[in-house]
Design a protein around this ligand. Structure first.
Ligand code: IMP
Length: 429
């Protein structure tokens, strides 16, 4: 079997789309397993740039089945828009499958997301993408959500839609949430349901059959470890399991089928939205990383918070995810610096801590312990092997791998497909 899981090791935006695109040259099925259109996976294909939100990044490789698994929350209106955009750009979308067990994002979920954020007390706002992700997962767990398979029976769907929409209006509008015009909302969503219907399948079966037939299956994570609902910086997280475990629950593959875990890791750190970020920089260096790295959200356009590489957080993340290989991205952004700092410990109330704290309150007291590593003046953008990298860049990467207990498998030195090289021969082995 060849089932590779690819997850983000930090707070998302590690460059997963690009690495998945590179890995999909050998993949025979690509599956999204959690999250929704809060994700923004950027793939540059020749002169074309695609930002994928729901459709797996394998879509740009013709003939590769692309599956939206049961762990994903799907906004039918947004999925239709994304698929139509791809089709209009000449991409073959016929290989897309949408799980009958995925949960749908309904119009009231988006209104609830906005309502929850706007009424949150000071310091409690999460800074969500306002795509209705949290409210849709909330209804999934409350066992009141609407699933993809229900699209197959439009009459029954419409009845559920009206009932649930009315319940929203009754419960939340008196509290100040925006009222939903149900007939107008139905008119908006109906064409999207018709569009998505032919793609609905029991994907648990198709994914398992592909894996058992020895096909190379790639499970594509969205967001990153510290946005995981269990393992992230709760409550400043997303509402799904972004870690390797989520790849099994979100696809119906057993943990025994996973053969390799890839952790995508940026050479420094970024975060969008609120919440703890131990190595965040508020000075010119933070601005330098944001500008040079083009650190603006692919989904919301928000400027990303930037900081030095945090080895404490990443070691913890690699442990939870069981990372075999790292795909290091954006190394080129660190080119030209005299010194590159790496956080190797946290000082909390005078004590050095080497594990990532569980409680958000511990972060208020936390002071990162940095080690200064020599930078490199040369550009890495044209390097196509480890040996072609400046010696200090090599040393930086070796130190990173040692700190986080994983091997480096891929290095990316720019946004283009060819600005990537592998250090191992069979990436999907
Ligand atoms: P939600 O997923 O829209 O509920 O947002 C929850 C938190 O996760 C917010 O801090 C978002 O900024 C963050 N987030 C959600 N999706 C992404 C992503 O794809 N990349 C980075 N951050 C994300």
């Amino acid at each position: 079997m060849s089932v590779n899981v690819l997850v983000g090791i930090q707070w998302g935006d590690e460059g997963k789309g690009k690495i998945i695109d590179v890995l999909t040259s050998g993949a025979e099925m690509v599956v999204r397993f959690q999250g929704g259109n809060n994700a923004g996976h950027t793939v540059e294909n020749g002169d074309e740039k695609h930002v994928l939100h729901l459709v797996p990044s394998g879509i740009l490789r013709p003939g590769v089945p692309c599956v939206i698994g049961n762990g994903v929350v799907v906004d039918p209106i947004e999925l239709k828009k994304e698929m139509e955009l791809l089709r209009d750009r000449g991409v073959d979308i016929s290989s897309i499958q949408v799980s009958s067990r995925c949960h749908l994002i309904m119009p009231w979920h988006k209104l609830l997301d906005a309502f929850n954020e706007s009424t949150a007390a000071k310091g409690k706002k999460i800074g969500t993408t306002l795509r209705g992700i949290g409210p849709s997962y909330t209804h999934k767990i409350a066992r009141t959500g609407i699933r993809g398979g229900e699209i197959l029976n439009k009459e029954a769907f419409k009845q559920r839609f009206m009932e649930q929409g009315e319940a929203y209006n009754k419960l939340y509008v008196p509290a100040g949430a925006t009222a939903l015009d149900l007939e107008a909302a139905w008119k908006d969503i109906e064409p999207a349901l018709d569009f998505v219907k032919p793609y609905i399948q029991d994907t648990v079966v198709t994914i398992n059959e592909a894996a058992q037939a020895g096909k190379k299956v790639l499970l594509e994570g969205a967001q990153g470890m510290f946005l995981d609902i269990d393992h992230g910086t709760y409550p400043f997280v997303t509402s799904s399991n972004t870690t390797t475990g989520g790849a099994c629950t979100g696809t119906g593959l057993s943990p025994r089928s996973v053969t390799r875990v890839w952790g995508v890791i940026k050479a420094y750190t970024t975060r969008v939205g609120e919440g703890p970020f131990p190595t965040e920089l508020f000075d010119d260096m933070g601005e330098h990383l944001r500008t040079k790295g083009g650190e603006f959200g692919a989904t919301t356009g928000r400027p990303r918070r930037c900081g030095w590489f945090d080895a404490v957080a990443c070691r913890y993340s690699c442990m939870v995810n069981g990372v075999d290989y790292l795909a290091v991205t954006k190394l080129d952004v660190l080119d030209g610096l005299d010194t590159v700092k790496m956080c190797v410990g946290y000082k909390i109330n005078g004590e050095i801590v080497r594990n990532f704290p569980a409680e958000a309150c511990s972060f208020a007291e936390l002071e990162p312990v940095y080690e200064d590593l020599p930078g490199w003046k040369e550009s890495t953008e044209n390097a196509r092997s480890f040996d072609e990298l400046p010696v200090n860049a090599q040393k930086y990467l070796e130190r990173m791998a040692k700190e986080v207990n994983a091997k480096i498998g891929i290095i990316s030195v720019g946004p283009k497909r060819d600005q990537t090289f592998a250090l191992i021969s069979d990436c999907l082995g």
